[in-house]
Design a binder for this molecule. Structure first.
Ligand code: FAD
Length: 486
């Protein structure tokens, strides 16, 4: 075995199974030095938010334990990745760095920079396919252009070679260097909130790391996949996989999820679960589409995809924004969603759409303000999916919802939380209201409110805006776009 080690640079791939860079490092038959670099000092618009930092801590701790079981370690270093990797290469005598690709604009620039620097010093930087089923430059239209519309993108992906089968998790000891370089202590990175410790709900809800991701996947296959098409829009039941934070941090690969669903479908000879499984795979491709957009339009997180939205007459109302953030808009479904987010670091997709639409269309607050809040509070905060989804709701994005379609929060609530279980869970001050009044408490009589112990304006807010007036105001504001389109 050559004694020059390989630095295995972990990024958004915090797992051991289905890890192409790790498999290549093992195949190279050299000592492996696994390393994670925290670069949170370089100024960046998209510095990791609080909920993501909590997840990162847990996921790194899990990865570190998993590596130790294989006789290895996770070396933690803080600083600019390029400098840290160069220093580590000098300290260990490593000739090569192996890493999975990341696809965010800053990460891509960094990779190019590292590749040039390492070439200049006579070392190798090898990049492997990262956390996507299809590399974002591969699907193109017949004219060789990137896609702007989901359905043709989806069809193009299905026409490519199917996603590669996942690689097994290594079961033998990983070759170690003769001596280990020093490592930071994870606790010293202070990724966890302490003053105050707001992560209690997240600890109860999630098990970050590879083992937790695998449990979520199996639970989804056993309990939710068959009914996914019907139940995926219901926030009151566990109808979706909740794999998003695991996929974001790479606790699990999308290939593993894809093939697990395919295998489950193939083994069910009665066709059970076919429609649920297929629609889940389609959602995984929505994730790919978001990355495809971000890859080709790197200013997607900041700038409206459709330029006519630049002149939109937004209303920067800080008080209304704070009420939305804290779940105090007076619209129960919106408040339940915002409180679910605050408590657990996650929100159901249907409710993400309703709360985002409320912020943008009922309050006319710029979508970027909502995007920022989600960025800070979601455990699955993801530059591609978050920005593409916010623009989708605003109507300013690629293949977006028509901007003149304005969600009616009461109808959404009645349809997708029919018994009010979701609202009762996250807005307990309304729990005693009869279901028919739960979606719009301001319409209940004084007697009904009194019997349920609700005092509007005191125990629960009155609606921040009137739905009818807000709808009218939004349509007038969107006239700017309509005129620009003519
Ligand atoms: P499932 O329904 O089980 O779907 C499986 C996987 O498919 C998800 O884990 C996710 O990776 C992917 N997926 C599903 N729906 C979408 C979608 N619409 N767009 C892209 N990928 C999708 N998702 C994020 O991962 N990070 C974000 O920061 C994010 N921000 C969002 C902001 C807004 C305003 C909206 C409307 C949606 C956002 N989404 C985001 C997409 C979606 O809400 C979540 O991916 C989904 O709720 C995750 O739950 P799940 O894992 O149970 O999904």
């Amino acid at each position: 075995m050559s004694s020059a080690p390989v630095l295995l640079w972990f990024r958004q791939d915090l797992r051991l199974a289905d890890h192409r860079a790790l498999a290549a490092a093992i195949a190279a038959a050299r000592p492996i030095v696994p390393v994670f670099v925290l670069d949170d000092e370089t100024p960046s618009e998209w510095r990791m938010g609080g909920a993501s930092r909590w997840w990162l801590h847990q996921s790194l701790a899990a990865l570190s334990r998993d590596l130790e079981r294989l006789g290895s370690r996770l070396v933690l270093r803080r600083g600019q990745a390029i400098d840290v990797l160069e220093t580590l290469a000098e300290e260990t005598g490593a000739e090569a760095v192996y890493a999975s690709r990341c696809y965010e604009p800053r990460a891509r620039r960094l990779e190019d920079h590292i590749a040039r620097r390492f070439e200049a010093i006579g070392k190798t930087f090898r990049r492997f396919a990262g956390g996507l089923l299809f590399e974002p430059e591969v699907p193109t239209t017949k004219a060789g252009e990137p896609f702007r519309v989901f359905t043709p993108f989806y069809k193009a992906c299905l026409a490519l070679d199917p996603p590669k089968a996942p690689l097994p998790r290594p079961d033998k000891r990983l070759p170690s260097p003769e001596s280990w370089p020093g490592s930071d202590d994870l606790e010293d990175w202070e990724l966890l909130p302490t003053k105050p410790d707001w992560a209690g709900g997240m600890r109860e809800t999630w098990e970050p790391g590879e083992a937790g991701a695998e449990k979520r996947l199996l639970r989804f296959l056993d309990m939710a996949m068959a009914g996914y098409s019907d139940k995926r829009n219901r926030p009151d039941i566990e109808g979706t996989s909740r794999l998003s934070p695991h996929l974001h941090f790479g606790d699990i690969s999308p290939h593993r999820c894809w093939h697990a669903v395919e295998e489950r479908l193939a083994s069910a000879d009665d066709g059970r679960g076919e429609s649920g499984g297929r629609s889940f795979l389609r959602e995984l491709v929505w994730r790919e589409f978001s990355y495809h957009l971000l890859f080709h339009w790197p200013d997607l997180p900041e700038k409206a995809f459709r330029p006519e939205f630049e002149d939109f007459p937004w209303d920067e109302d800080a008080t209304a924004l704070a009420a939305w953030q804290r779940g105090r808009t007076g619209y129960p479904i919106v408040d339940a969603g915002m409180r679910e987010l605050w408590e657990t670091g996650w929100m159901h997709n249907r409710v993400r759409m309703v709360t985002a639409s409320f912020l943008i269309k009922h309050l006319l607050i710029p979508w970027q303000a909502g995007e920022d809040w989600f960025w800070d509070t979601l455990v699955d905060a993801d530059l591609a999916s978050n920005s593409a989804s916010w623009q989708w709701v605003a109507g300013s994005g690629a293949d977006a919802a028509p901007y003149f379609r304005i969600f009616n929060p009461m109808l959404q609530s009645k349809k997708f939380d029919p018994k009010g279980d979701y609202i009762r869970r996250y807005v307990p001050e309304l729990a005693e209201l009869p279901t028919e009044h739960l979606h719009a408490p301001w319409e209940a009589s004084a007697d009904v409110l009194k019997a349920a112990g609700v005092k509007l304006g005191e125990s629960y807010p009155k609606p921040l805006v009137d739905h009818g007036l807000a709808r009218k105001r939004a349509l007038e504001a969107y006239e700017v776009i309509r005129r620009a389109e003519r």
